[in-house]
Ligand binder design. Sequence first.
Ligand SMILES: [Zn+2]
Length: 124
Amino acid sequence: MNKKKTCLFCNKPLNGRSDKKFCDEQCKSAFHNKNIESKEAYIRFVNKQLRTNRSALRKACPEGKATVRKQFLISLGMNFTYCTHNWKSNNGNTYFFCYDYGYTNVDNPEKVLIIQQQSYMLNQ
Ligand SMILES: [Zn+2]
């Protein structure tokens, strides 16, 4: 069965050339704009989450180091999917940073160790 191609924007069946993707220029530019919008929205969402993560880590560890429950960070809005960069310590632990605050996994899977970024961590 020959599946009829549809417009990527409005889903109406397309006639004419087989490489056509849109009904017309209007659908093409509407699709393009929508695409840019959703990408921008995604960037805004990630930026916001990174800031929330950073502030959760800061609240949980105002100074020095702190071992805290992941659940506590989650209650402050933390989402562990997002980080800005990572750093590997000499003993092989990987720290996941959200700007200047980072965390690493500890023996207890329910907890993480939070640290603040030091200048020597940036010279790797
Ligand atoms: Zn269309």
